[in-house]
Design a protein around this ligand. Sequence first.
Ligand SMILES: NC(=O)c1ccc[n+]([C@@H]2O[C@H](COP(=O)([O-])OP(=O)(O)OC[C@H]3O[C@@H](n4cnc5c(N)ncnc54)[C@H](O)[C@@H]3O)[C@@H](O)[C@H]2O)c1
Length: 379
Amino acid sequence: MKCPKKNIDKCAKIVASMSKKILQFKKWLKITKKFIKKLLKIGRKKMAKILVTGAAGYIGSHLCLKLLKENFKIIGLDNFSTGFLEPVEILKNKFSNFEFINLDLADEEKLSEIFEKNEIKSVIHLAAKIDVAESVQKPSLYLKENYENSVKLINKAVEFGISKIISSSTAAVYGNPVYTPIDEKHPTNPLSPYGQTKLDFEKYLEKIKNLNYVIFRYFNVGGSDSNGLIGKSHLKSNDLIENIIKTILGQKPEFQIFGSDYQTKDGTSVRDLIHVEDVANAHFLALQEMEKHKLNTVYNLGSESGYTVLEILGQAEKIAGKNIPVKKQPRRDGDIAVSVATSQKAKNELNWEISPKNLEKIITTDLNWRKKHPLGYTK
Ligand SMILES: NC(=O)c1ccc[n+]([C@@H]2O[C@H](COP(=O)([O-])OP(=O)(O)OC[C@H]3O[C@@H](n4cnc5c(N)ncnc54)[C@H](O)[C@@H]3O)[C@@H](O)[C@H]2O)c1
């Protein structure tokens, strides 16, 4: 557009009118986007169901919450071996689109019944045993629970014509990093039966023909629901944040730091922490993507920022407004100095984003939930 010479007033009017039109267009675009989102949500209500295993567990319950809010119909499965009834009851009371079945994945007959009776579109598989130390003591239990039961579930799903699968894996499949940040092409070399059984199941999935699947390798997951509806609770926990918070609340006399002589900026190990809501959102985005394209792929889910244990502790002290007593201990066997992911692939391909002020959000949401539930879940 040419601005008429010596006629600044006229030019300003044209610019003002154009700006108004752009603003109107932006407003219209926003309303249309909202409308389309609403239509999609209404559509989902009529859609087939999604089966979520491990739904009574920490990540499973937060994932169900996200998908229920997005109006998906969910059937949650769990045998309560490490999961809890409380989050299940909370979700059942709040959402009519949530159904829950108490079931051990080893029960193939009951699994068949569930697939027969319900129109299931996708399976999201989180149920697993997750205690690395226990896996070293009881490798055959981990083989049965994490590999054999997972194979049974997926075979059953495929038998009933389900081709969309999302499965939870772990950073433990990588073992000691050869380079950081760790990308999906990093060599795998698990150091524990836990990591090995997870990797073996990944390989099993990869071999099934015509499957539309996503494997998510989570790094350390933390945080609770931002609205405080459900939270992070494990029966037995070596979890860094859970232990820091228990020390803040006076449930533990001190926070133990294992290893202060690593080759890192302050000698303590470096960890990558990711908020559970970001993990849940990645699953939601993957479900949407799988509607459009066939996927057969692995994504890391990490925050891409490594924090030393002392940095995490410092942030927790700032949020809690008090000093946290600390006891320095020697390194533990099997602990890795630095474990940091690059999640660029999930960002590029799924448009996934990590919450801003990630570490602060993890500590704040966990602390807020624990203040209201000092013992975690009790049933
Ligand atoms: N928490 C993390 O930081 C983390 C990191 C990496 C990967 N993961 C993966 O995420 C998934 C969920 O982990 P989480 O932290 O929520 O653990 P969790 O122990 O809270 O949840 C696991 C759930 O699976 C259920 N379950 C176990 N065996 C079952 C069976 N045979 N039948 C039915 N249900 C069974 C348990 O009762 C529990 O509710 C796991 O696959 C784990 O390997 C977790």
